[in-house]
Structures are given as C-alpha cells and as structure tokens.
Design a protein around this ligand. Structure first.
Ligand code: ARG
Ligand code: MN
Ligand code: MN
Ligand code: MN
Length: 308
C-alpha cells in the first residue's frame, strides 16, 4: 500500500501548547521505518502550514484561535482531497482540531468516488460541540459536529456531503459534556462507552460497525486520540481521563481494522511530546499504527467482513 505521512502541527484547538511537536515525535519514534518494514511504500510529505486567515469572529467569546483553526482546516481539507486518491494519508497531529480538515477532505474524496464515508472516533471524548455550544472554547472539541453538518461553523469550508451521523461510531467514551450528550441523543451515531467495553468487550461493537462499512462499500476514516488510551500507558496528552482502553484492547482494535481492509485514512492526534515519559506514548502510538498497517504476532484466519 502507498502511505503518505502528513505532518500537521496543529496546536490551535486548545490553550495548552505542545502538540505542534507531535509530527516530529512520530518521526523520531520511527513511524516511516515501521511502515516500510511491513512492506508499504512510504512518503513523508513533511509538515503542512495553515492557510492565512484573518478577521473571523464567533458569537461565542470563549472560542479562541478561530482564524488559525480555519486556516488549518482549509489546508488539511485540501491535502486530504489531493492525497486520498493516491493512497492512505496518515495525519500526524497535532491536536484534534486537525480532524476538522482531514475528515472534511475525506468527505469530499468519498463524494467524488460516490461512496459513503464512515468515521471511527477512538477517543475518551465525543468532540461533538459546535463553536456555539463549547464552554471551554477549545475547537479540538468540535470536529465530529462539523463533519456531520451541525450549524455554527461560520467561516469554515463548506462540506458538500456531510457524514450522516449513522456512519459515525465512537469507542472509548468516558467524558461527554451535557450539551454534547443532548445533541448526540438526537443522532443515530453508535456510542460505545467504557462501560459497554467492560461488559461486552471491544470486539463486538467494532465488528458490527465494520460489517456495516463493508456492506455499504464505504470508506473508513479512523481518528485515534491519544486519550482513548488509559493515561497509565499513554501519559502524553493534555486531556487525560482515567479508565481508558488497555494496550491489548487498543492493539486488538487496530489489528481488526487492518484485517477489515476498510481503512482509507488515519489521524493520530493529541500527542503532546512535552508531557511524555521517555517517548513511551509516541512509541505506543507508532506500535498501534503498525498493528493497523498489518503487523501481527502470527498469521491467523480472520472471519471476512461484509459477509453477514
Ligand atoms: N469536551 C471538552 C471540551 O470541549 C473536552 C474536549 C477534548 N477534546 C479533545 N480532542 N481532546 O473542552
Ligand atoms: Mn478528541
Ligand atoms: Mn479526547
Ligand atoms: Mn466543553
């Protein structure tokens, strides 16, 4: 497979800085080499810069870095649209505001291919605020609302074919704000919280989602937020929430994603290398990406997806 690494040092999605060092941390942790060793053809496209935007205003005075975030969204949307027809874009973040652009671009790519886009959101948070509903003002908490076509994103690029909420699956939820909870209740999104994972395991909900993607001949975008993982194994993130996915749960998700053959694009977001402990979070994210790109302990037959 042709893999394109895209550095997206987005740091405008929240106030605490440090995610801008993420792309280089992934490079130092050997992301390109790991993917090459698995037999892929890898090109590192270097780091992207935001388009220059000035004068945007929000009705919500809590919102910050709106211009920069809109600039990033434009740049990322464009590079996603250009890269997706050629291979698998891997967006090395950068905070989760980068997904405003990566997913918007993938939605346009899917529209041109006349195929539905599905989004798997691996995150402690639902990131379903709009710029009007957010109380923190942190736009990294808004990408799912934007790509599903919610109101309130004035100044952001238009999304011609928003992702239907029934094509969104969130796994790992354990921090959802009241306004997000109320808005999600009006949607058809699949919401897998930590309790469901505890009770039923992580495979069952993932498998049924992947079956749906396969049946629909869909393209799958995967957005992996570091805080999906338990902070004990992944400390390098500003928004830690205790009680997250274990290392094996996370690998299993990535292994099944590889076996599905459905993944069209990947975000690696919210890594803040300034908060890391001898690079262990960056290395774990690279290990998980390796599982998603085909690394396995032994070859084993996997039940095919999309056959019911
Ligand atoms: N819901 C909170 C907020 O809106 C947290 C969002 C965290 N998002 C993230 N991508 N880490 O501020
Ligand atoms: Mn997130
Ligand atoms: Mn999160
Ligand atoms: Mn909030």
């Amino acid at each position: 497979q042709d893999i394109f690494l895209i550095g997206a040092p987005v740091d405008s999605g929240k106030r605490a800085q440090g995610c801008l060092m993420g792309p280089d941390a992934y490079r130092v942790a050997g992301l390109a080499e790991v993917a090459r060793d698995l037999g892929h053809k890898v090109s590192d496209l270097g780091n992207l810069a935001p388009e220059s935007v000035t004068g945007s205003k929000s009705e919500n005075s809590a919102v910050h870095s709106l211009d920069t975030t809109i600039g990033w969204t434009r740049a990322l949307k464009r590079v996603a649209e250009e890269t997706a027809p050629k291979g698998l874009p891997v967006f090395m973040g950068g905070d989760h505001a980068l997904s405003l652009g990566s997913v918007a671009g993938m939605a346009e790519h899917a529209r041109r291919q006349d195929r539905p886009l599905f989004v798997l959101w691996l995150d402690a948070h639902s990131d379903f605020h709009t710029p009007l509903s957010t109380t923190s003002g942190n736009l990294h908490g808004t990408p799912v609302a934007y790509v599903t076509g919610r109101e309130g994103f004035d100044g952001f690029p238009e999304i011609k074919a928003p992702v239907p909420t029934e094509n969104v699956c969130m796994i790992g939820l354990r921090s959802v704000d009241p306004a997000e909870r109320a808005a999600l209740a009006e949607t058809e999104a699949t919401l897998v919280d930590m309790r469901q994972i505890d009770e039923d395991g992580i495979v069952a909900p993932l498998r049924s989602f992947l079956e749906r993607v396969a049946q629909a001949n869909g393209l799958l975008h995967v957005s992996l937020d570091v805080d999906f993982l338990d902070p004990a194994i992944a400390p390098a993130v500003g928004t830690t929430v205790p009680g997250g996915a274990t290392m094996r749960e996370a690998h299993l998700v990535c292994e099944l994603l590889h076996d599905s053959g459905l993944v069209a694009s990947l975000d690696l977001v919210e890594l803040n290398p300034f908060l890391d402990d001898r690079g262990r979070t960056a290395s774990l994210m690279v290990d998980l990406t390796a599982s998603l790109l085909g690394k396995r302990i032994f070859d084993r037959p996997t039940r095919p997806f999309g056959t019911g």
